[in-house]
Ligand binder design. Structure first.
Ligand code: ADP
Ligand code: MG
Length: 698
């Protein structure tokens, strides 16, 4: 339960004066809260810059193309001639020069009232030179002495969305500040005094009412304070989850190797060094009495699935059950179909649970699972359902876990006695960020790729050359190749994504007839499966897709990847997509079709793609190019992004936050002290209530 003290901040934005249902919807869009923006979202919508109205030069000294505030006397009114659409001009001057104020579609009465001839006024706006004369088009402000006294010297500037204006957001922010309760301090005194940081409420007030543009710079005390708050909340959540896991008793599952060794012997290849190492690390954890919570990181195709299978086999040898969870139906089925035959030859009994099983089959599976007649259950998040009961679950593997939350990881823990958890991710995470997202979770990394992988020939060409690409496909298809064709990702608009894919599908069908398949996110599950399966069975040769194919799908015969509008994809995504080819014996190609002209960042991204296939290096470059938000932004990877902290600037604060979190949790693990109570508020404020739930109410 959220503490009452915070309720005013979690009220809908429409609770703020001046925000009605219509403006409220605009705020939902601006603040990316489709379910309804709250007061706290307005507070955390920090201005991106400010206008300094203290800049008050004499006209002759005033810089061009900058916002200045001039003290002037009104000299002349120059209305447009009758029936002309020209602007109303007002000549103003000081001792050093004159300026024309320009008003299009002006209301003459307003001008007479606001700028009477002879009056002293302050006008604020951008000064430009036009036709040899200084002018200011539509000044932002026209003030008399009284108005000037009320003008905030520095005015915040917010990101907007269509239909919202600076004054709407500014007013909402003011009202939100007024509603901000006085909250007890959650940082240690030393942290604050060392850096001279303001309180939470002061920091917010400073940012929404900056006294100087410096206040909004990323390293200002106010920004640092809020970044530290957000990082502390996330580190608390990580440390608590981890501690909770550790505190739970573990169980030793010791395999004798009889099944795993048989599987190994049946493989036509050797384990890579890093696979062998990861397997050893995981087995040691499983065999110990401590509870495992480990991350297995490895690029696409690095062989994580095999690591999962061989370690699950150890648990089966020990007479217990294991579960493997995939983020999508397609992947769950793929895992199941791959493992099932392997299992049959060595006596592992597999089961499959997805959201779309026939009731009779599902009941059979559930009964077998509860009776211990299934050793390894493969499934989607359907595995979390209450009706799924194991006889003796000891080990759970979560594939591509970013789409699962912390509480689901913990829910898994409740499905069995002392369940060890392995989380597999194919998003290579730069070393500097592992800590941010996983705290001090144990990590195994597959850096090596299996031997014999051929590099993918990556080329970039402008989309105008699409005819050549289609010509090339004719030859490739004749030679037996299969092709992925990924269509543009249009931001935040799935409908448009789908339309683009549909259009490309129809075009390609004109050339290749029914050899072309289509799969996109708006299709029903069964249609999607059918399209994927037809491609997997080599019935369709060209698969037009939106990014639904991104995660994990394995079709070794596919050797060509065409990515349209490659400039719109992030590096991590391009890398994931390319990882779909280069899996079989044939030489593979990745064609990045782009729309010219390319911006600097897009150019750099495409160059990196051509230079390397090392996912970890790509992730580091991505971080360098665009900051962590882009690689690990919630939309791309499913990892939670930060709202106030920006890791390229605030990264060094991470350690401080972590140390604070650890210290307090050591001395007050249930957050019962006053300091602990303040931290509970912090967790709720940043919506880490999953973590807050881990400690006893108090
Ligand atoms: P990931 O899940 O990390 O993307 P997979 O486990 O799906 O990778 O492995 C990709 C392919 O590589 C599979 O076809 C798998 O059989 C194969 N593979 C796994 N380990 C090795 C290895 N050591 N040597 C050769 N091929 C391997
Ligand atoms: Mg995989």
């Amino acid at each position: 339960m959220r503490p009452d003290l915070l309720n005013p901040l979690f009220a809908p934005v429409s609770a703020l004066p001046g925000v009605g249902p219509k403006t409220g919807k605009l705020f939902d869009r601006l603040l990316e809260r489709p379910a309804g923006a709250r007061v706290v979202d307005v507070l955390f919508h920090i201005p991106h810059s400010s206008i300094d109205r203290r800049n008050r030069p004499a006209i002759s000294q005033a810089p061009r193309d900058e916002i200045v505030t001039l003290e002037v006397r009104v000299v002349d009114h120059r209305p447009p001639s009758r029936n002309s659409k020209g602007p109303f001009r007002v000549l103003v001057e000081d001792e050093t020069g004159d300026v024309l104020l320009v008003f299009f579609l002006a209301n003459h009465q307003w001008i007479e009232r606001m700028l009477p001839i002879g009056a002293k006024r302050w006008v604020s706006g951008k000064l430009e030179l036009w036709d040899g004369h200084l002018q200011m088009v539509h000044p932002d402000k026209v003030l008399d002495e009284e108005g000037l006294a009320r003008l905030p010297p520095v005015e915040p500037v917010y990101w907007l969305t269509e239909g919202l204006y600076q004054r709407n957001v500014g007013k909402a922010a003011e009202a939100a500040l007024a509603r901000t309760p006085v909250l007890p301090e959650w940082h240690e005194g030393a942290t604050l005094s060392l850096r001279k940081l303001p309180s939470f409420a002061q920091a917010l007030a400073t940012l929404h009412r900056p006294a100087s543009p410096k206040d909004l710079e990323p390293d200002s005390p106010a920004r640092v304070r809020l970044a530290l708050d957000e990082l502390l909340a996330s580190q608390m959540a990580l440390v608590m989850t981890r501690a909770k896991f550790r505190e739970l008793p573990g169980r030793a599952s010791v395999g004798d190797g009889r099944i795993a060794d048989q599987i190994l012997a049946s493989l036509p290849f050797q384990l890579t060094g890093s696979q062998a190492e990861a397997i050893a690390e995981i087995r040691a954890d499983i065999a110990s009495t401590k509870r495992m919570l480990r991350l297995l990181q490895g690029d696409v195709g690095s062989g994580k699935t095999l690591v999962a299978l061989l370690t699950m086999a150890s648990v089966v040898e020990a007479g217990r059950q294991a579960a493997l969870m995939a983020p999508t139906e397609i992947l769950a089925r793929q895992h199941y179909e791959r493992m099932f035959p392997l299992g049959q030859s060595v006596g592992i009994r597999f089961g499959l649970i997805t959201g779309r099983d026939k009731v009779s089959e599902r009941n059979k599976t559930l009964a077998a699972l509860a009776a211990g007649e299934i050793d390894i259950l493969v499934g989607t998040h359907a595995v979390f359902q209450e009706s799924v009961v194991f006889k003796d679950l000891a080990y759970a593997v979560v594939d591509e876990q970013h789409r699962f939350g912390v509480h689901q990881r913990l829910a898994l823990g409740e499905k069995g006695e002392a369940v060890d958890v392995l989380v597999m991710t194919a998003t290579p995470i730069p070393r500097t960020l592992v800590l941010t997202y996983f705290g001090d979770m144990d990590v195994s990394t597959l850096r090596e790729k299996p031997a014999g992988r051929k590099p993918v020939d990556t080329r970039a060409l402008p989309v105008e050359r699409i005819d050549e690409v289609v010509g090339g496909l004719h030859r490739a298809l004749d030679a037996g190749a299969q092709v992925y064709w990924v269509c543009p990702l249009v931001e935040e608009n799935e409908e448009l994504d789908v339309a683009a894919a549909q259009e490309r599908y129809e075009l390609l069908r004109q050339f290749f007839g029914d050899k072309v398949g289509l799969v996109h996110g708006k299709m029903k599950g069964r249609e999607k499966d059918a399209a994927m399966e037809a491609f997997q069975r080599n019935e369709t040769k060209v698969l037009v897709a939106t990014t639904v194919i991104e995660v994990g799908v394995d079709v070794p015969n596919a050797s060509i990847m065409v990515i349209e509008h490659a400039e719109r994809f992030g590096l991590a995504q391009l890398h994931q997509l390319r990882g779909r080819v280069g899996r079989g014996a044939a030489k593979s190609t990745c064609l990045l079709l782009y729309k010219a002209p390319l911006g600097e960042v897009s150019k750099a991204r495409i160059n990196i793609m051509r230079e390397t296939e090392d996912g970890f290096r790509i992730a580091e470059e991505d971080l360098r190019l665009r900051g962590e938000g882009e690689i690990l932004g919630s939309r791309q990877s499913g990892l939670p992004g930060f709202r106030l902290a920006s890791l390229d600037v605030h990264g060094p604060l991470l350690n401080i936050a972590r140390e604070e979190a650890k210290r307090v949790l050591e001395s007050d693990p249930d957050l019962q002290s006053d300091h602990g109570q303040a931290l509970r508020l912090l967790l709720h404020l940043f919506e880490r209530e999953e973590a807050a739930k881990l400690v006893r109410a108090g």
